[in-house]
Design a protein around this ligand. Structure first.
Ligand SMILES: [Zn+2]
Length: 411
């Protein structure tokens, strides 16, 4: 069976090409699960012992595998994640039924032989039952192991490589550990400090509070690369504004292939207020540090996620934010600049919900925005959109900055 119609590279490879300017023939990622298979059917073995590998129960029958996909806790946002690797000694087609007791099939299966190049399993290879709680996948196998995953795997290795390449490509960037997650994984912060005396504040980006939200991760990477890039706009921006980035706030959840929660079973984006979790405590403390000196105080906060649509969740227009009316201006600018991804904007009064957006706005008065990328949006479009979004953000903040400076001189 012929497989990939459209191939899209993982962010790591894309960045590698940008950085080195030439194609690398050596796979950047090697993940070969060792150890025991979770289960076998005829000569096909199914493995989950890699980062984000997840199948909760595996049974086999005459026709193939029966996989049960379960959340880490209930009630929970329905983001049924699965990821496994199949190995076979022969060319054949294997049938896997995925059942989601109490939930529905959501993510289309993505397949890859190398963890870098992914293609979506063709529609005709997926049959979903009427209730939506069971999906039967037909996967063509060769002798090459194949990964089958709800969304592309973007895990610790990918973040490490992205960070290493960013440090190589953008020498002004520094990296430090913010602290540790519940299971002792380092949470990395990347920082680009403003270089002029007349500093205008800090832009903060955070990603991956929710493990399955990979389209948000792709958006984060592209947005960050535009901010850190060599365009005149970005260089001007970085003179006046510091950038602080936390690409992955829930590394334990990502590693476990969780649907939503951290290793303590908490939704991190409902913990900005209670701050019972080490991951959110680190963010709270970092925000205090940023706002401590005055000169580099928080100028904008963006939190990257995925959902069923392209939308930014913002404050409403009737509240004062710093920068003034930023959400409307940014949304309009993005709509005008394109690409057209049907980007919605939803303002919310709900400041008591312990989300990052509500907490940051309530505490600092800064515009705090949740950027949600459609989970099935074309990856190249996400990249193009996110780079544009970063440019429009920089233009608005620099224009405000120029006005402030004029007023100061004039006054
Ligand atoms: Zn989310």
């Amino acid at each position: 069976m012929k497989m990939p119609e459209t191939r899209y590279s993982a962010i790591v490879l894309t960045l590698a090409l940008i950085v080195t300017g030439c194609a690398s023939t050596t796979p950047l990622l090697t993940s070969s699960p060792d150890g025991e298979a979770l289960c076998s059917w005829q000569d096909v073995q199914l493995y989950i012992n890699f980062d984000a590998g997840r199948v909760d129960q595996c049974d086999v029958g005459d026709e193939g595998f029966h996989l049960t996909i379960l959340p880490e806790a209930t009630p929970i946002n329905p983001s049924p994640w699965y990821a496994f690797q199949l190995r076979s000694d022969s060319h054949q087609t294997v049938r896997l039924s995925l059942s989601y007791p109490g939930f529905k099939h959501r993510y289309p299966a993505n397949i890859s032989h190398d963890r870098e190049h992914w293609s979506r399993l063709p529609r005709e290879n997926i049959h979903i039952n009427q209730d939506g709680d069971e999906a039967v996948l037909t996967i063509p196998l060769t002798r090459d192991p194949v990964y089958v995953s709800a969304q592309e795997l973007v895990t610790k290795t990918d973040y490490q490589q992205w960070i290493e390449m960013s440090l190589g490509a953008f020498p002004f960037l520094t990296t430090t550990s913010l602290g540790n997650s519940v299971l002792g994984t380092e949470i990395i912060k990347l920082e680009s400090p403003a270089t002029t005396q007349n500093r205008q504040g800090t832009i903060m980006l955070v990603g991956r509070q929710h493990p399955p939200e990979v389209s948000g991760a792709f958006s984060f990477f592209a947005f960050a690369e535009e901010l850190l890039g060599s365009s005149l706009l970005a260089r001007r921006f970085r003179k006046s504004f510091s950038v602080v980035m936390v690409p992955v706030l829930n590394p334990d959840g990502v590693r476990a292939g969780n649907w939503r929660l951290n290793a303590n079973g908490k939704d991190l984006n409902r913990d900005w207020g209670p701050f019972t979790e080490p991951e959110t405590q680190l963010m709270r403390d970092e925000l205090v540090r940023i706002n401590d000196g005055g000169r580099d105080e928080l100028a904008l906060f963006l939190d990257f996620h995925s959902t069923f649509k392209n939308v930014i969740y913002t404050q409403t227009d009737d509240v004062q934010t710093r920068p003034h009316n930023f959400a409307t201006r940014w949304h309009n600018a993005m709509i005008n600049a394109g690409p057209d991804i049907g980007l919605l904007r939803q303002g919310s009064h709900n400041t008591d919900r312990p989300t990052s957006k509500a907490y940051v706005y309530k505490t600092y008065g800064t515009a705090a925005i949740t950027v949600e990328m459609h989970e099935n949006e074309n990856r190249k479009t996400i990249r193009e959109f996110s780079r544009m979004a970063a440019r429009e953000m920089m233009k608005i903040l620099l224009a405000d900055n120029a006005k402030t400076t004029e007023n100061q001189i004039g006054g």
